[in-house]
Design a binder for this molecule. Structure first.
Ligand code: F6P
Length: 546
């Protein structure tokens, strides 16, 4: 396993030697740090100078990548090898955004003609909805569309549709329903007119309990409102790999947008699952998103490891998780339209690398994927940044900032920028007891009152951050940014030797929920359950659901 490699051992001893250094001093000693530890590709600029690294650190991390045969793993993904070994599938979301004329193969067959055919179908349909040429069953144009999906069939399209809000059509409202809690669909239905509403049922498997339950309820609502089963064909579309099931649901084939089992759920926004994005911002914009991601794919595939953005980000995460015991990673976009970005990354990262065994099933003797969390700045500053600055555990963080805004208004954007830079500066340099003392004296404090306050106002600093700057949040730059994180997660999984593309950890809860649901439906509590589950289930049975 990788933790017995020479590079791992060398990194462990390197950590001992740099563990006592302070970022503030490293910056003071080396005015060239920003130039040395920054990198630009695909319009994204990464400043990684505020990390706990010295000149020797990256070469050691790159040795680790070599020992993990990272380059071969990257090539294996692009070549369509079955790197998702527990499901015996290739992992080819990169084919969905392959804007070159290069063929990409699954089992010896070029998948690009099929990919392009679905993109063409998405173009025709999304343009028809946007122009009003495709109408509802009573002849009204579509004004509202509701994506019904969950996990990757929700988070990706929702997050992108929100982020690209400035590009959205004003006469089409986008809605997303995911939770099986009837409050999600129920509250939404109250606001909709059935005659001008389209439901898109998005499910890779078309078996997911939440999605099918919401879709069936939406169907019943539609039939009740429009008084005919025939209306369903006009008001439902689907994105799925399970064409039998979409047919059985009653969705006509020309409104079913296919994709393939080599697209992982959390990597599917580039496929037909992206239909809501195409309807919201137009197919040209959707294709720009694909182009941005493709540019990042090409960078990832061809740049040397030392000049490779996803590789550098991935290795820095390994550095903190495995050699500094950091357990979390925060992603803090200074862009309100990216407010669902971190939620999306939680699935991307935690479903991919929240694993305890290697590809071959051996127990990992070290930490794998971190807990990912975060919220946009500046809101987060007034909520959890206290912990980032003075908490007893520390969290490496990515700050993301677009240089230009879609909403130039007074001083807003300059203030946003100043806050973003100030936070990374504060986390890096901190504030010493001497500095606090001088400040308090200047404010006129003295004696006990002064001494009592000092330790409360000290900031340890030395807390590492990356800053990712984009020129402006456009479909293209955003596509590149999302792909950057996808590949970063793959880099880390490759170093740890885990399969980043299965998700067996979600299965047990699904199985047990079905058993408990059967009990709740039959009204009898099975003795098979533990006493806590029996007690709680018994309580829920005493309460009528409505
Ligand atoms: O949560 C498990 C999961 O399988 C995710 O990986 C997936 O994105 C989600 O459920 C939804 O699955 P589907 O698209 O098949 O409905």
């Amino acid at each position: 396993m990788i933790d017995s490699s020479a590079a791992w051992l060398a990194l462990s001893s390197h950590q001992q030697s740099v563990g006592t250094l302070h970022l503030r001093n490293l910056f003071a000693q080396d005015p060239d740090r920003f130039r040395k530890f920054s990198l630009e590709a695909c319009d994204l600029f990464l400043d990684y100078s505020k990390n706990l690294i010295v000149d020797d650190t990256l070469p050691l991390l790159l040795r680790l990548a070599e020992e993990a045969q990272l380059e071969a793993r990257i090539a294996g993904m692009f070549d369509g090898e079955k790197i998702n070994n527990t499901e015996q599938r290739p992992v080819l979301h990169v084919a969905l955004r392959n804007r070159s004329n290069r063929a990409m193969f699954v089992d010896g067959k070029d998948v690009m003609p099929e990919v392009d055919a679905v993109l063409a179908q998405m173009r025709t349909y999304s343009e028809g909805i946007r122009s009003g040429a495709i109408k509802g069953s009573t002849g009204k144009s579509i004004t509202d569309f509701v994506n019904i999906g969950i996990g990757g069939s929700d988070l990706g399209p929702l997050m992108v549709t929100e982020a690209l809000e400035p590009y959205r059509s004003e006469h089409l409202r986008a809605h997303f329903v995911s939770n099986v809690d009837g409050a999600h669909l129920g509250a939404k239905l109250k606001t909709l007119d059935a005659q001008s509403t389209l439901f898109i049922v998005a499910s890779k498997t078309f078996t997911t309990q939440e999605t099918l339950t919401n879709a069936r309820s939406a169907r019943e609502w539609m039939v009740a409102k429009l008084g005919s089963e025939a209306a369903i064909a006009h008001h439902f579309a689907a994105a799925s790999t399970n064409l039998k099931a979409t047919h059985a649901f009653g969705i006509p084939n020309d409104r079913v947008f296919a994709f393939w089992d080599w697209v992982g759920g959390r990597y599917s926004l580039w496929s037909a699952i992206g239909l809501p994005i195409a309807i919201a911002v137009g197919m040209d914009r959707f294709e720009e998103l694909l182009s941005g991601a493709h540019a990042m794919d090409e960078h990832f595939r061809t740049a040397s490891l030392a000049r490779n953005l996803p590789v550098i980000l991935g290795l820095l995460g390994v550095w903190y998780g495995n050699f500094w015991n950091a357990r979390c990673h925060a992603v803090l976009p200074y862009d309100q339209s990216m407010h669902r970005f971190t939620a999306y990354l939680q699935q991307l990262d935690m479903e991919s690398n929240g694993k305890s065994v290697t590809r071959d099933g051996e127990s990992l003797g070290f930490a794998s994927g971190p807990i990912v969390w975060g919220e946009p700045g500046t809101n987060g500053q007034h909520a959890f940044y206290q912990h980032l600055h003075q908490g007893t555990t520390w969290t490496p963080a990515d700050f993301i900032f677009p240089l230009a805004t879609h909403y130039p208004m007074g001083e807003h954007h300059r203030m946003l920028m100043a806050n973003c830079l100030a936070q990374t500066q504060a986390l890096m340099q901190g504030k010493s007891a001497d500095e606090v003392r001088s400040e308090l004296i200047a404010q006129g404090l003295k004696g006990d009152a002064l001494e009592r306050l000092i330790s409360h106002k000290v900031f340890p600093g030395n807390r590492p951050t990356n800053t990712i700057v984009l020129p402006k949040l456009t479909p293209r730059t955003f596509g590149a940014l999302i792909a950057l994180y996808e590949h970063k997660v793959f880099v880390q999984g490759s170093i740890w030797g885990v399969n980043s593309f299965d998700q067996w950890g979600v299965e047990l809860g699904k199985q047990l929920a079905n058993r408990i649901l059967q009990d709740a439906q039959s009204g009898s509590v099975s003795e098979e359950h533990d006493c806590s589950t029996r007690g709680l289930l018994g309580k829920s049975m005493l309460q009528p659901p409505g």
